[in-house]
Design a protein around this ligand. Structure first.
Ligand SMILES: [Mg+2]
Length: 182
């Protein structure tokens, strides 16, 4: 049996359409106000309750949609382990593997996204789709040249987030590239 491809999944953009216009809860989404650990560490010396929480929009249907895909889900987000603590329960997802970044937000040679090289290392040759609102054509090209296996990038508009048709696109990719029905 063919191993499932990896779905390397960003949070802010694909799951949380933070740039939605107008700035109000998009249809199908719920509003959450969270104080994850990484957020609190930005306000040293301040009591947790005194820190303004992060506002997040999450669509509860995204959890079952993701679990129904013929992919192994992996968090590929600055939330790192906080995605399991804070995001997964709100979407009904189990604890997932996550990519731990050696550094974040750094400038990279060739204009690559700071995640790109780490993700290709992390996948270690396994087929993957990377879902993110920040990746660009240069990342797609670099991955094609440097990843020894099927891989695709899927850019999501952070004003919109993942749409129903995007799940169909992911399914179609697994079918076309790997012959996996799902
Ligand atoms: Mg993002």
């Amino acid at each position: 049996m063919t191993a499932l491809p990896l779905l390397l999944l960003d949070v802010d953009g694909p799951l949380n359409p933070y740039a939605a216009v107008p700035q109000e809860q998009p249809p199908g989404y719920r509003t959450h106000h969270l104080r994850p650990e990484f957020w609190l560490t930005r306000f040293p010396g301040r009591a947790d309750e005194a820190v303004e929480p992060l506002r997040l929009w999450l669509n509860p249907e995204h959890g079952p949609e993701l679990l129904g895909l013929p992919f192994e889900l992996v968090w590929a987000t600055t939330w790192q382990e906080d995605a399991n603590t804070w995001i997964a329960p709100l979407l009904g997802l189990p604890e997932l593997p996550y990519v731990r970044w050696p550094r974040m937000h750094q400038d990279e040679p060739d204009g690559l996204h700071w995640k790109t090289r780490v993700l290709v290392d992390w996948a270690a040759g396994r087929p993957f789709v990377w879902v993110d609102d920040e990746l660009g054509p240069q990342d797609t090209e670099w991955i094609a040249e440097n990843h020894p296996g099927p891989a695709a990038t899927f850019r999501i508009d952070p004003r919109i987030g993942l749409r129903t048709e995007d799940f169909a696109t992911l399914r179609a990719w697994a079918q076309a590239e790997l012959g996996i029905e799902g």
